[in-house]
Design a protein around this ligand. Sequence first.
Ligand SMILES: [Zn+2]
Length: 83
Amino acid sequence: MKRLQQAADYDKNLQRPCGPGEQPCLRCGRAVDTANDHCYWVHLLTTGDLIALGEAYDEADSQGLFPVGPTCGEKHLREYIGW
Ligand SMILES: [Zn+2]
C-alpha cells in the first residue's frame, strides 16, 4: 500500500482536454489512450492509497481502477500496476 503522490504539474495537465478513448493519467494528469498496450491501471482506495496486485484491502474502500501512462507506470508506480 502506498499513498498516491500526484506529479507537481498534475493540475496544469488536467486542464488539457482528452481525446476520444483517452483519460487523464492518475499521477500526472496527461491524457492516456486507455486502449493502448502501454496504458497501465492502478487500484485506488478512498483513503488515497494505491494497492499492489495481491495485497489485502477492504473492498468497501475501493474506488476502482484508474489509468496511468507508461512513464508514470514504469518509473514511478511499478509495484502498483498489473491490474
Ligand atoms: Zn502520468
